[in-house]
Design a binder for this molecule. Structure first.
Ligand code: G3P
Ligand code: MG
Length: 347
C-alpha cells in the first residue's frame, strides 16, 4: 500500500483543503472507533490506498511516541497512518529540546512519557515512576498501591546517589497522570525545593503541561477528568504549602499556535516533494472536526481563516442545537457525516 499523497493527481488537481480530526470523542471512545470513523477516513484515500486528501489527527492526548500512536491508530482504524499525521498535546515539547537537551528533567503521565521525551532529543530524562523509586519513603502510600509492584525502567537501575542528588530542572506532564497522590506529592517536592526533594526550599523549576483539558470523552457515558483537573489539584495544594503561586505553561488546543503548526504539517503532506522550509500556504479551507466546543471549536475560531469548525455529537458535546458560547460553523452527529459534508462542499 502506497503511503504518500496520491501522485496521480496533477498539481492543479491537488486539493486546496485539508482536515484535522480530534481523536477522543470524534474518532475513538477509549480504544473503540466511534461515529463510523474507519469508513469516514477510508474516503480520504484512493483505491490504491494512497492519501487523496491531506489530513492529520490533532489531539490533546498523548503518552506514546507519534510513531507508536500512528501504528496503533492504523491497526484500530484499518488504514495506513504516517507518524507525521499524528499531532499530540506534547508534540510542541520537541521545540524545547534546545533549552533542556542536557538538563535533568522528569516526565509525567500514562504510557511511556520518558520514551517520548527521549525520542524528541532530551538526553537526561526519567519518568516520574522511575524517579520516585529512588527516594525511600517519598510516597508513604506506596505499600498500599499493589499495582506499583511492576518493574520500573526495564529493571536497569542507575546508582541511587546519582539520581537523588541531581537537580531536576523541569517537569513535563505529557499525558494524564496515573497515580495522582504520588505525582502531586513528588511534584510538590520537586517544585518547592528547586528540584531536590527532601532538601531546603529553592526556586521553582519549570513545569509544562501538554494540554489544559478539564474534561474529555472516553468510554463512559459522562466526561472524564483530564489534565487540567490534575493541574488544578496540584496548583491548589502547591499554593497552600508554598508562599509563591505555581508558575506553569500549558500547551495544546485551543492555543492558536497548535492550529498554525497543524496548517504547516498539512502543507507538508500536500507538498511532500518540496523542502519543508518552502511550503506555500495555499489552503482555501482547513476543517477542524472536534467534539469539545471550548477546546476544538474555540481553537479553530481563534485561529481564524482558513479554519472552518465542525462539531460532532459523539463526545463532550451532546446538545441538539449549536453550542451557545462557542458555536461551530456546522454541527453534525458523527465524523462520518462531517467527512460527507466536507467532500460534498469541496466537490
Ligand atoms: O487525554 C485526552 C484528552 O484530553 C483529549 O483528547 O483527542 O479529544 O483532543 P482529544
Ligand atoms: Mg475530543
Amino acid at each position: 500500500v502506497t503511503r504518500s499523497l496520491s501522485q496521480n493527481s496533477s498539481q492543479s488537481e491537488r486539493p486546496s483543503f485539508g482536515v484535522a480530526f480530534d481523536i477522543d470523542g470524534v474518532i475513538l471512545l477509549g480504544h473503540t472507533p466511534v461515529g463510523g470513523s474507519p469508513r469516514a477516513l477510508r474516503r480520504l484515500y484512493d483505491d490504491l490506498g494512497a492519501l487523496k486528501i491531506p489530513y492529520v489527527f490533532l489531539t490533546n492526548g498523548g503518552g506514546f511516541p507519534e510513531s507508536r500512536r500512528a501504528a496503533e491508530l492504523s491497526e484500530i482504524l484499518g488504514i495506513n497512518i504516517l507518524p507525521s499525521q499524528v499531532i499530540q498535546g506534547h508534540s510542541p515539547f520537541k521545540q524545547l529540546v534546545n533549552r533542556f537537551e542536557n538538563e535533568f528533567v522528569i516526565a509525567v503521565g500514562k504510557g511511556e512519557p520518558a520514551a517520548v521525551m527521549t525520542e524528541y532529543g532530551f538526553k537526561n530524562v526519567l519518568s516520574i515512576d522511575e524517579y520516585s523509586s529512588y527516594f525511600d519513603g517519598i510516597d508513604p502510600l506506596t505499600p498500599y498501591k499493589m499495582w506499583t509492584a511492576r518493574e520500573i525502567g526495564n529493571g536497569v537501575k542507575t546508582e541511587r546517589g546519582d539520581v537523588v542528588s541531581k537537580r531536576v530542572q523541569a517537569a513535563f506532564v505529557l499525558s494524564d497522570p496515573v497515580d495522582w497522590s504520588r505525582d502531586i506529592q513528588v511534584l510538590c517536592d520537586v517544585l518547592r525545593t528547586g528540584g531536590l526533594p527532601g532538601r531546603e526550599m529553592g526556586d521553582q523549576p519549570y513545569i509544562y503541561f501538554a494540554n489544559d483539558d478539564l474534561e474529555y470523552q472516553a468510554n463512559f457515558p459522562t466526561e472524564r477528568l483530564g489534565m487540567a483537573a490534575f493541574r488544578i489539584a496540584l496548583e491548589a495544594i502547591y499554593n497552600r504549602i508554598h508562599c509563591n503561586p505555581l508558575v506553569y505553561t500549558s500547551y495544546g488546543k485551543p492555543n492558536p499556535l497548535v492550529f498554525k503548526n497543524a496548517e504547516k504539517v498539512l502543507g507538508s503532506l500536500l507538498h511532500r516533494d518540496k523542502p519543508s522550509h518552502h511550503i506555500p500556504e495555499q489552503f482555501n479551507t482547513l476543517y477542524m472536526v472536534g467534539d469539545n466546543p471550548k477546546v476544538d471549536i474555540r481553537g479553530a475560531q481563534q485561529a481564524g481563516a482558513p479554519w472552518f469548525s465542525i462539531l460532532t455529537r459523539t463526545g463532550v458535546f451532546k446538545g441538539k442545537q449549536n453550542h451557545q458560547e462557542f458555536p461551530a460553523d456546522v454541527v453534525v452527529d458523527t465524523v462520518e457525516e462531517a467527512v460527507d459534508f466536507i467532500l460534498r462542499r469541496e466537490n
